[in-house]
Design a protein around this ligand. Structure first.
Ligand code: DAT
Ligand code: MG
Length: 169
């Protein structure tokens, strides 16, 4: 009886632990970098309690971006999107924590900045959809795919911030 209870408790704690390991891919787009908003965007994820597990500035070519946005390749704005995304360096990041994917999207706001609430990143810092300064994964599976697309194995860190037990109960 005690052993079964213990087993259940360990199971629950493992589930909570796994949830806290959810990762999302967040990228500051070329306009966000040009406009000096890298720190502002990172600050919000840090302050929320999410953990940075990968971060690099890079300027990949069109092929890499076409693959990243492959689901949109038939859209009329696709060529313009690729031109914009390859126009300068971006900052690619992986953030980890409970519900990171959904919360990351909420923190970014809507695709169209004018439909984004004030208090969100897009609602606070941009206007046009084609200059919406940041990217965030839209699902747990796409986050895994995007993180694998942007980061090599050794570029992702496993670490425990000293604040961990002050963020999670
Ligand atoms: P999100 O970036 O919110 O996930 P998405 O995946 O639908 O949005 O589109 C990717 C990017 O493509 C988006 O951030 C900006 C651009 N985009 C989307 N819809 C657009 C449109 N109607 N006109 C111009 N650019 C658009
Ligand atoms: Mg998207």
């Amino acid at each position: 009886m005690v052993a079964t209870l213990l087993h259940i408790l360990v199971g629950f704690s493992k589930m909570a632990d796994d949830k806290r390991k959810e990762r999302t891919f967040i990228m500051v787009k070329p306009d966000g970098v040009q406009r000096g908003l890298v720190g502002e965007i990172m600050k919000r994820f840090e302050a929320r309690g999410y953990k940075l597990v990968g971060c690099k500035m890079c300027q990949p070519g069109a092929e890499h971006l076409k693959e990243h946005y492959v689901d949109l390749k038939s859209k009329p704005f696709f060529p313009g999107l690729i031109e914009y995304m390859t126009s300068g360096p971006v900052v690619a990041m992986a953030w980890e924590g409970t519900d990171a994917v959904k919360q990351g999207r909420k923190m970014l706001g809507e695709t169209k900045p004018l439909e984004s609430q004030p208090g969100t990143i897009r609602g606070d810092f941009c206007i046009d959809v084609g200059r919406n300064i940041c990217h965030g994964s839209d699902g747990v599976e796409s986050a895994k795919k995007e993180i694998a697309h942007w980061f090599k194995e050794g570029e992702l860190m496993s670490w425990t911030p000293c604040e961990f037990n002050w963020v999670y109960e």
